[in-house]
Ligand binder design. Structure first.
Ligand SMILES: NC(=O)c1ccc[n+]([C@@H]2O[C@H](COP(=O)([O-])OP(=O)(O)OC[C@H]3O[C@@H](n4cnc5c(N)ncnc54)[C@H](OP(=O)(O)O)[C@@H]3O)[C@@H](O)[C@H]2O)c1
Length: 241
């Protein structure tokens, strides 16, 4: 019996790998990556076996060709039931230092890619499927030194709500998950230890999120029980208010 297919863009990253691990027992998984081939191959090895099928695929999700390729490979495996978009990234430029290059790069990575993923999901996800977009608490909190990133993720959330309306006639739900500070290698690489400490103390749970915390929220939206939940944003921040 063929299994449903899940496409996880950025599926070998910190949060993405946790999502891929949760989906692998029930879905054939296509996990895309961009630059870290070793990490992607390690995930393929970890999740292969027991009749499971996992494909890892290098694409640039800021380009139309890259997103088309990811969807084409996923569709070639069977019924594309789930799409989770974990592609994204940020740094902390001061507003006074923002360059056009910074702006364009951050918008392409976090917003253009998301719009392309939503468009292809509208074309290819099967009736009754699930689309989950990974946003950021930055879209809501608007932290200092994240003007472009916050704007991009706010745009991703707006586009998610639009997609929910357009895909509703086919019972495809489209939602976003909004993580707060989450302990991934990328987060540690771009954030100072002082800022990490401050962020860990700023939510109700008084700790950083884990990739598994965020994957849990994604899985909730992918479940059958979430069939009536669409066009919404689930806050996965440990109570950041
Ligand atoms: N960690 C946090 O604190 C946090 C908080 C809020 C929101 N988020 C969001 O959560 C998502 C995952 O973040 P993370 O911390 O898990 O970081 P991550 O490990 O760097 O994950 C990002 C993923 O996107 C891929 N990627 C990067 N550039 C790409 C491109 N041009 N085309 C295609 N794929 C590309 C990366 O692949 P390679 O590694 O192979 O390049 C990686 O798989 C992002 O959308 C981020 O904005 C994270």
């Amino acid at each position: 019996m063929s299994r449903p297919v899940a496409l996880v863009l950025g599926g070998s990253g910190g949060i993405g790998a946790a999502v891929s691990r949760r989906l692998a027992p029930t879905h054939d998984v296509v996990a895309s990556y961009h630059s870290d081939r070793d990490r992607a191959e390690a995930l393929r090895e970890e999740l292969s076996g027991d009749c499971r099928r996992i494909e890892v695929l290098q694409v640039d999700a800021t380009t139309e060709d890259g997103v088309l390729e990811a969807f084409t490979v996923a569709e070639s495996l069977g019924e594309l039931s789930v799409v989770v978009d974990c592609v994204g990234g940020w740094d902390y430029p001061k507003l006074v230092d923002l360059t056009v290059q910074d702006i364009d790069g951050t918008l392409a990575l976090n917003l253009r890619s998301a719009l392309l993923v939503l468009r292809e999901s509208a074309r290819r996800v099967v009736d009754g499927g699930r689309v989950v977009m990974v946003s950021s608490a930055a879209a809501d909190v608007a932290p200092a030194r994240q003007a472009t990133y916050a704007a991009a993720k706010a745009g991703l959330e707006a586009a998610t709500r639009v997609a929910a309306k357009e895909l509703a006639p086919r019972r495809v739900t489209v939602n976003a998950v909004r993580p707060g500070a989450t302990d991934t290698p990328y987060f540690r690489a771009v954030t100072s230890s002082r800022a990490i400490e401050a962020m860990a103390g700023s939510n109700a749970m008084r700790r950083l999120g884990t990739p598994e915390d965020v994957a849990g929220a994604v899985m909730m939206l992918c479940s059958q029980d979430a069939a009536w939940v669409t066009g919404t944003v689930v806050d996965a921040t440990g109570g950041l208010r």
